[in-house]
Design a protein around this ligand. Structure first.
Ligand SMILES: *Cc1c(COP(=O)(O)O)cnc(C)c1O
Length: 397
Protein backbone atom coordinates (compact mmCIF):
# COMPACT_ATOMS: atom_id res chain seq x y z
CA UNK A 1 0.00 0.00 0.00
CA UNK A 2 1.38 3.38 -1.03
CA UNK A 3 0.68 6.14 1.47
CA UNK A 4 1.09 9.66 0.11
CA UNK A 5 2.07 12.66 2.24
CA UNK A 6 -1.21 14.30 1.29
CA UNK A 7 -4.20 12.98 -0.66
CA UNK A 8 -6.24 15.83 -2.13
CA UNK A 9 -8.16 13.47 -4.43
CA UNK A 10 -9.54 11.67 -1.38
CA UNK A 11 -10.64 15.01 0.05
CA UNK A 12 -12.26 16.14 -3.20
CA UNK A 13 -14.23 12.90 -3.42
CA UNK A 14 -16.00 13.80 -0.16
CA UNK A 15 -17.06 17.32 -1.26
CA UNK A 16 -17.24 17.05 -5.04
CA UNK A 17 -20.90 18.03 -5.43
CA UNK A 18 -20.55 21.12 -3.26
CA UNK A 19 -17.37 22.29 -4.97
CA UNK A 20 -18.69 21.68 -8.47
CA UNK A 21 -21.86 23.65 -7.69
CA UNK A 22 -19.89 26.58 -6.25
CA UNK A 23 -17.65 26.68 -9.32
CA UNK A 24 -20.67 26.52 -11.64
CA UNK A 25 -22.14 29.48 -9.74
CA UNK A 26 -19.12 31.62 -10.49
CA UNK A 27 -19.24 30.70 -14.18
CA UNK A 28 -22.93 31.52 -14.34
CA UNK A 29 -22.23 34.94 -12.79
CA UNK A 30 -19.11 35.61 -14.90
CA UNK A 31 -17.93 37.68 -11.93
CA UNK A 32 -14.31 36.56 -11.65
CA UNK A 33 -12.37 39.28 -9.83
CA UNK A 34 -13.22 40.31 -6.25
CA UNK A 35 -17.03 40.69 -6.01
CA UNK A 36 -19.54 38.99 -3.71
CA UNK A 37 -17.80 35.58 -3.46
CA UNK A 38 -14.59 37.19 -2.28
CA UNK A 39 -16.43 39.46 0.16
CA UNK A 40 -18.30 36.48 1.57
CA UNK A 41 -15.10 34.52 2.12
CA UNK A 42 -13.40 37.53 3.72
CA UNK A 43 -16.22 37.86 6.19
CA UNK A 44 -16.16 34.15 7.02
CA UNK A 45 -12.36 33.94 7.45
CA UNK A 46 -12.33 37.10 9.59
CA UNK A 47 -14.98 35.61 11.89
CA UNK A 48 -13.25 32.22 11.96
CA UNK A 49 -9.97 33.89 12.89
CA UNK A 50 -11.40 36.28 15.52
CA UNK A 51 -10.53 39.29 13.37
CA UNK A 52 -12.53 42.38 12.51
CA UNK A 53 -11.35 42.51 8.90
CA UNK A 54 -9.92 40.31 6.18
CA UNK A 55 -8.67 41.08 2.70
CA UNK A 56 -8.42 38.36 0.08
CA UNK A 57 -5.14 38.38 -1.83
CA UNK A 58 -3.40 36.39 -4.55
CA UNK A 59 -1.23 34.17 -2.30
CA UNK A 60 0.31 33.79 1.12
CA UNK A 61 3.50 35.26 -0.24
CA UNK A 62 1.64 38.33 -1.46
CA UNK A 63 -0.18 38.57 1.88
CA UNK A 64 3.20 39.08 3.58
CA UNK A 65 4.35 41.43 0.85
CA UNK A 66 1.27 43.65 0.95
CA UNK A 67 1.34 43.93 4.76
CA UNK A 68 4.91 45.22 4.57
CA UNK A 69 4.02 47.55 1.67
CA UNK A 70 1.04 49.05 3.47
CA UNK A 71 3.33 50.00 6.35
CA UNK A 72 5.83 51.55 3.97
CA UNK A 73 8.59 49.21 5.08
CA UNK A 74 11.50 49.18 2.65
CA UNK A 75 15.13 50.16 2.05
CA UNK A 76 17.03 50.90 5.24
CA UNK A 77 14.53 49.03 7.42
CA UNK A 78 15.07 45.77 9.25
CA UNK A 79 12.49 43.04 9.79
CA UNK A 80 13.04 40.29 12.35
CA UNK A 81 11.89 36.76 11.52
CA UNK A 82 12.74 33.09 11.90
CA UNK A 83 15.18 31.36 9.56
CA UNK A 84 13.26 28.09 9.88
CA UNK A 85 10.29 28.70 7.62
CA UNK A 86 9.18 28.62 4.01
CA UNK A 87 11.20 30.99 1.84
CA UNK A 88 8.32 33.44 1.29
CA UNK A 89 8.55 34.83 4.83
CA UNK A 90 12.02 36.23 4.29
CA UNK A 91 11.53 36.66 0.56
CA UNK A 92 8.78 39.22 1.17
CA UNK A 93 11.10 41.25 3.43
CA UNK A 94 13.84 41.31 0.82
CA UNK A 95 11.38 42.07 -2.01
CA UNK A 96 10.32 45.35 -0.39
CA UNK A 97 14.00 46.25 -0.06
CA UNK A 98 14.23 45.72 3.69
CA UNK A 99 16.81 43.56 5.46
CA UNK A 100 15.78 40.22 6.99
CA UNK A 101 17.21 39.75 10.48
CA UNK A 102 17.07 36.11 11.55
CA UNK A 103 16.51 35.02 15.14
CA UNK A 104 17.01 31.37 16.07
CA UNK A 105 14.18 29.00 16.98
CA UNK A 106 13.02 27.27 20.12
CA UNK A 107 13.84 23.58 19.44
CA UNK A 108 10.70 22.42 21.25
CA UNK A 109 8.21 24.14 18.94
CA UNK A 110 10.46 25.08 15.99
CA UNK A 111 9.05 28.62 16.26
CA UNK A 112 11.03 31.83 16.81
CA UNK A 113 12.57 31.98 20.29
CA UNK A 114 11.12 35.11 21.94
CA UNK A 115 14.02 35.30 24.40
CA UNK A 116 16.41 35.92 21.52
CA UNK A 117 14.43 38.73 19.89
CA UNK A 118 15.40 41.71 22.12
CA UNK A 119 19.08 41.42 21.17
CA UNK A 120 18.13 41.66 17.49
CA UNK A 121 16.15 44.90 17.81
CA UNK A 122 17.78 48.08 16.53
CA UNK A 123 16.57 51.59 15.69
CA UNK A 124 15.90 50.31 12.19
CA UNK A 125 13.61 47.45 13.20
CA UNK A 126 10.19 48.09 11.65
CA UNK A 127 8.47 44.74 11.97
CA UNK A 128 8.65 41.29 13.53
CA UNK A 129 7.23 38.32 11.60
CA UNK A 130 6.76 35.26 13.80
CA UNK A 131 5.74 32.16 11.85
CA UNK A 132 3.27 29.66 13.32
CA UNK A 133 5.11 26.68 11.92
CA UNK A 134 3.46 23.30 11.24
CA UNK A 135 0.15 24.58 12.65
CA UNK A 136 1.27 25.61 16.14
CA UNK A 137 1.35 29.25 17.16
CA UNK A 138 4.55 30.94 18.23
CA UNK A 139 4.87 32.05 21.87
CA UNK A 140 3.09 35.38 21.38
CA UNK A 141 2.85 36.93 24.86
CA UNK A 142 6.53 37.84 25.23
CA UNK A 143 6.59 39.11 21.64
CA UNK A 144 3.49 41.26 22.16
CA UNK A 145 4.92 42.62 25.42
CA UNK A 146 8.23 43.43 23.76
CA UNK A 147 6.61 45.24 20.83
CA UNK A 148 4.41 47.19 23.19
CA UNK A 149 7.28 48.38 25.38
CA UNK A 150 9.50 49.32 22.42
CA UNK A 151 6.63 51.20 20.78
CA UNK A 152 5.89 53.14 23.98
CA UNK A 153 9.47 54.36 24.01
CA UNK A 154 9.35 55.20 20.33
CA UNK A 155 6.16 57.16 20.73
CA UNK A 156 7.84 59.56 23.14
CA UNK A 157 10.59 60.10 20.57
CA UNK A 158 8.15 60.44 17.67
CA UNK A 159 9.65 57.41 15.91
CA UNK A 160 7.86 54.87 13.72
CA UNK A 161 6.56 51.80 15.59
CA UNK A 162 7.41 48.13 15.18
CA UNK A 163 4.60 46.18 13.51
CA UNK A 164 3.76 42.61 14.35
CA UNK A 165 2.92 40.54 11.28
CA UNK A 166 1.89 36.94 11.91
CA UNK A 167 2.80 34.46 9.21
CA UNK A 168 -0.21 32.21 9.75
CA UNK A 169 0.08 30.41 6.40
CA UNK A 170 0.23 27.01 8.13
CA UNK A 171 -1.97 27.86 11.07
CA UNK A 172 -5.55 28.82 10.20
CA UNK A 173 -7.64 28.09 13.29
CA UNK A 174 -4.64 27.45 15.56
CA UNK A 175 -4.93 29.01 19.01
CA UNK A 176 -2.68 30.57 21.62
CA UNK A 177 -4.32 31.15 25.02
CA UNK A 178 -7.69 31.15 23.27
CA UNK A 179 -6.59 33.59 20.56
CA UNK A 180 -6.67 32.44 16.96
CA UNK A 181 -3.75 32.74 14.57
CA UNK A 182 -3.83 36.09 12.80
CA UNK A 183 -5.81 37.87 15.52
CA UNK A 184 -2.97 39.04 17.78
CA UNK A 185 -0.65 40.93 15.44
CA UNK A 186 -1.25 44.05 13.37
CA UNK A 187 -1.70 41.67 10.45
CA UNK A 188 -2.27 37.95 9.99
CA UNK A 189 -1.10 36.46 6.70
CA UNK A 190 -2.77 33.30 5.43
CA UNK A 191 -2.09 31.05 2.46
CA UNK A 192 -4.60 28.93 0.59
CA UNK A 193 -1.97 27.00 -1.34
CA UNK A 194 -3.52 23.57 -2.00
CA UNK A 195 -1.37 21.78 0.59
CA UNK A 196 -2.38 24.10 3.45
CA UNK A 197 -5.17 22.99 5.82
CA UNK A 198 -7.57 25.25 3.94
CA UNK A 199 -6.37 24.85 0.38
CA UNK A 200 -7.82 26.35 -2.79
CA UNK A 201 -7.86 25.16 -6.38
CA UNK A 202 -4.72 27.15 -7.06
CA UNK A 203 -3.03 30.09 -5.39
CA UNK A 204 -4.75 32.36 -2.90
CA UNK A 205 -4.22 34.15 0.38
CA UNK A 206 -5.74 36.47 2.97
CA UNK A 207 -4.59 39.25 5.25
CA UNK A 208 -6.50 39.78 8.49
CA UNK A 209 -6.38 42.77 10.81
CA UNK A 210 -8.36 44.40 13.62
CA UNK A 211 -7.91 47.99 12.48
CA UNK A 212 -10.34 49.59 10.04
CA UNK A 213 -7.81 51.98 8.49
CA UNK A 214 -5.34 49.20 7.88
CA UNK A 215 -8.10 47.09 6.31
CA UNK A 216 -9.00 49.87 3.93
CA UNK A 217 -5.39 50.41 2.95
CA UNK A 218 -4.98 46.69 2.24
CA UNK A 219 -7.93 46.84 -0.16
CA UNK A 220 -6.42 49.85 -1.93
CA UNK A 221 -2.96 48.28 -2.19
CA UNK A 222 -4.26 45.03 -3.67
CA UNK A 223 -5.58 46.99 -6.65
CA UNK A 224 -2.48 49.00 -7.55
CA UNK A 225 -3.01 51.53 -4.78
CA UNK A 226 -5.85 53.20 -6.61
CA UNK A 227 -8.86 54.90 -5.05
CA UNK A 228 -10.89 56.18 -6.68
CA UNK A 229 -10.13 54.07 -9.72
CA UNK A 230 -7.24 55.45 -11.80
CA UNK A 231 -6.13 57.82 -9.03
CA UNK A 232 -3.04 56.53 -7.25
CA UNK A 233 -1.95 57.85 -3.91
CA UNK A 234 0.29 54.81 -3.38
CA UNK A 235 2.01 52.21 -5.53
CA UNK A 236 0.35 48.88 -4.85
CA UNK A 237 0.07 45.89 -7.14
CA UNK A 238 -2.31 43.32 -8.53
CA UNK A 239 -2.75 41.18 -5.43
CA UNK A 240 -6.39 40.19 -5.92
CA UNK A 241 -8.05 36.91 -5.05
CA UNK A 242 -10.04 35.18 -7.80
CA UNK A 243 -13.76 34.66 -7.21
CA UNK A 244 -13.31 31.02 -8.27
CA UNK A 245 -10.84 30.47 -5.45
CA UNK A 246 -13.09 32.27 -2.99
CA UNK A 247 -16.06 30.10 -3.95
CA UNK A 248 -14.08 26.87 -3.48
CA UNK A 249 -12.57 28.07 -0.22
CA UNK A 250 -15.92 29.15 1.19
CA UNK A 251 -17.23 25.60 0.71
CA UNK A 252 -14.10 24.06 2.21
CA UNK A 253 -14.14 26.37 5.23
CA UNK A 254 -17.34 24.63 6.39
CA UNK A 255 -15.34 21.39 6.62
CA UNK A 256 -12.19 22.81 8.16
CA UNK A 257 -13.00 22.04 11.80
CA UNK A 258 -13.80 18.43 10.99
CA UNK A 259 -10.57 18.08 9.00
CA UNK A 260 -8.59 19.70 11.82
CA UNK A 261 -10.11 17.26 14.32
CA UNK A 262 -9.00 14.36 12.10
CA UNK A 263 -5.47 15.75 11.81
CA UNK A 264 -5.33 16.07 15.61
CA UNK A 265 -6.69 12.54 15.94
CA UNK A 266 -4.01 11.28 13.54
CA UNK A 267 -1.25 13.06 15.46
CA UNK A 268 -2.47 11.62 18.77
CA UNK A 269 -2.65 8.15 17.21
CA UNK A 270 0.93 8.45 15.95
CA UNK A 271 2.05 9.48 19.44
CA UNK A 272 0.29 6.43 20.91
CA UNK A 273 1.73 4.08 18.32
CA UNK A 274 5.22 5.44 18.89
CA UNK A 275 4.81 5.10 22.66
CA UNK A 276 3.77 1.46 22.22
CA UNK A 277 6.46 0.69 19.64
CA UNK A 278 9.28 0.02 22.08
CA UNK A 279 11.32 2.80 20.49
CA UNK A 280 12.94 5.34 22.80
CA UNK A 281 10.90 8.48 22.26
CA UNK A 282 11.15 12.03 23.45
CA UNK A 283 9.34 15.26 22.74
CA UNK A 284 11.16 17.87 20.78
CA UNK A 285 13.97 19.53 22.68
CA UNK A 286 17.70 19.94 22.50
CA UNK A 287 18.92 16.60 21.31
CA UNK A 288 22.38 15.38 22.03
CA UNK A 289 22.58 12.33 19.79
CA UNK A 290 25.96 11.43 21.28
CA UNK A 291 24.63 11.01 24.80
CA UNK A 292 24.04 7.56 26.27
CA UNK A 293 20.29 7.95 26.81
CA UNK A 294 19.49 9.63 23.52
CA UNK A 295 16.05 9.06 22.06
CA UNK A 296 15.64 7.23 18.78
CA UNK A 297 12.89 9.54 17.67
CA UNK A 298 11.70 12.94 18.85
CA UNK A 299 7.97 13.54 18.46
CA UNK A 300 6.23 16.89 17.95
CA UNK A 301 5.40 18.76 21.11
CA UNK A 302 1.99 20.43 21.23
CA UNK A 303 2.74 23.22 23.67
CA UNK A 304 0.10 25.76 22.64
CA UNK A 305 -3.68 25.45 22.90
CA UNK A 306 -4.81 24.31 19.50
CA UNK A 307 -2.21 22.74 17.23
CA UNK A 308 -3.81 22.17 13.81
CA UNK A 309 -1.08 19.87 12.49
CA UNK A 310 -0.48 21.21 9.04
CA UNK A 311 2.48 18.87 9.47
CA UNK A 312 3.41 16.10 11.89
CA UNK A 313 7.16 16.41 12.11
CA UNK A 314 9.52 14.00 13.81
CA UNK A 315 13.22 14.26 14.39
CA UNK A 316 15.78 11.49 14.00
CA UNK A 317 19.55 11.33 13.85
CA UNK A 318 19.80 9.73 10.39
CA UNK A 319 17.03 11.68 8.72
CA UNK A 320 18.14 11.18 5.14
CA UNK A 321 18.52 7.43 5.72
CA UNK A 322 15.00 7.26 7.11
CA UNK A 323 13.64 9.27 4.19
CA UNK A 324 15.19 6.92 1.64
CA UNK A 325 13.85 3.88 3.50
CA UNK A 326 10.33 5.33 3.69
CA UNK A 327 10.43 6.23 0.02
CA UNK A 328 11.46 2.66 -0.90
CA UNK A 329 8.50 1.47 1.16
CA UNK A 330 5.98 3.74 -0.54
CA UNK A 331 5.52 6.15 2.36
CA UNK A 332 5.33 9.82 1.47
CA UNK A 333 7.43 12.20 3.49
CA UNK A 334 8.99 15.63 3.09
CA UNK A 335 11.51 17.91 4.73
CA UNK A 336 10.26 21.32 5.86
CA UNK A 337 12.86 22.79 5.44
CA UNK A 338 16.24 21.37 4.40
CA UNK A 339 18.17 24.66 4.40
CA UNK A 340 17.86 27.28 7.11
CA UNK A 341 17.16 30.57 5.34
CA UNK A 342 20.29 32.30 6.64
CA UNK A 343 22.29 29.70 4.70
CA UNK A 344 20.45 30.22 1.40
CA UNK A 345 22.67 31.36 -1.44
CA UNK A 346 20.45 34.37 -2.22
CA UNK A 347 20.92 35.68 1.31
CA UNK A 348 24.72 35.34 1.37
CA UNK A 349 24.90 39.15 1.19
CA UNK A 350 23.48 39.25 4.73
CA UNK A 351 26.75 37.77 5.97
CA UNK A 352 25.51 34.86 8.07
CA UNK A 353 27.63 31.76 8.40
CA UNK A 354 27.33 28.18 9.56
CA UNK A 355 26.82 27.95 13.32
CA UNK A 356 25.20 31.39 13.64
CA UNK A 357 21.71 29.94 14.23
CA UNK A 358 22.45 26.44 15.51
CA UNK A 359 18.94 25.32 16.48
CA UNK A 360 17.57 26.13 13.06
CA UNK A 361 20.52 24.49 11.34
CA UNK A 362 20.13 21.31 13.40
CA UNK A 363 16.39 21.15 12.77
CA UNK A 364 17.03 21.45 9.03
CA UNK A 365 19.24 18.33 9.27
CA UNK A 366 16.99 16.17 11.43
CA UNK A 367 13.31 16.80 10.77
CA UNK A 368 10.96 14.90 8.50
CA UNK A 369 7.19 15.23 8.05
CA UNK A 370 4.97 12.13 8.01
CA UNK A 371 1.49 11.87 6.43
CA UNK A 372 -1.10 13.38 8.81
CA UNK A 373 -3.85 14.40 6.36
CA UNK A 374 -7.45 13.92 7.49
CA UNK A 375 -8.22 10.90 5.30
CA UNK A 376 -5.32 8.83 6.67
CA UNK A 377 -6.86 5.75 8.30
CA UNK A 378 -5.82 3.34 11.09
CA UNK A 379 -4.18 0.78 8.83
CA UNK A 380 -2.19 3.47 7.05
CA UNK A 381 -1.00 5.08 10.29
CA UNK A 382 0.05 1.68 11.62
CA UNK A 383 2.03 0.98 8.49
CA UNK A 384 3.81 4.34 8.68
CA UNK A 385 4.93 3.75 12.26
CA UNK A 386 5.86 0.14 11.52
CA UNK A 387 8.22 1.29 8.77
CA UNK A 388 9.75 4.08 10.86
CA UNK A 389 10.30 1.53 13.60
CA UNK A 390 11.82 -1.02 11.23
CA UNK A 391 14.38 1.52 10.12
CA UNK A 392 15.22 2.83 13.59
CA UNK A 393 15.56 -0.65 15.13
CA UNK A 394 17.94 -1.60 12.34
CA UNK A 395 19.90 1.61 12.92
CA UNK A 396 20.38 0.94 16.60
CA UNK A 397 22.36 -2.24 15.97
C1 LIG B 1 2.93 28.42 2.24
C2 LIG B 1 3.63 29.44 3.05
C3 LIG B 1 3.78 30.75 2.62
C4 LIG B 1 3.47 31.21 1.22
O1 LIG B 1 2.20 30.96 0.79
P1 LIG B 1 1.88 30.85 -0.78
O2 LIG B 1 0.40 30.90 -0.81
O3 LIG B 1 2.45 29.57 -1.26
O4 LIG B 1 2.50 32.02 -1.45
C5 LIG B 1 4.37 31.65 3.47
N1 LIG B 1 4.79 31.30 4.68
C6 LIG B 1 4.67 30.04 5.14
C7 LIG B 1 5.14 29.70 6.52
C8 LIG B 1 4.10 29.06 4.33
O5 LIG B 1 4.00 27.81 4.78
Amino acid sequence: MNIPLLDLKAQYATIKDEIDAAVADVFASQYFINGPKVAELEKAVAAYSQCAHACGVSSGSDALLIALMVEGIGAGDEVITTPYTFFATAGAIARVGATPVFVDIDPVTYNIDPEKIPAAITDRTRAIIPVHLYGQMADMTPILDLVKSVNLQRETKNKKPIHLIEDAAQAIGAEYKGHRAGSLGDYGCFSFFPSKNLGGAGDGGMVTCQDKDKAEKLQIFRSHGSRPKYFHKWIGGNFRLDALQAAVLRVKLNHLDAWTAKRQHNAARYNRLFAASGLEIAFTADVDWASYDRPQVVLPSAVQDRHIYNQYVIRVQNRDGLRAFLKDNGIGNEVYYPVSLHMQECFSYLGYGEGDLPQSEQAAQETVALPVYPELNDAMAEQVIEKVKAFLVEQKI
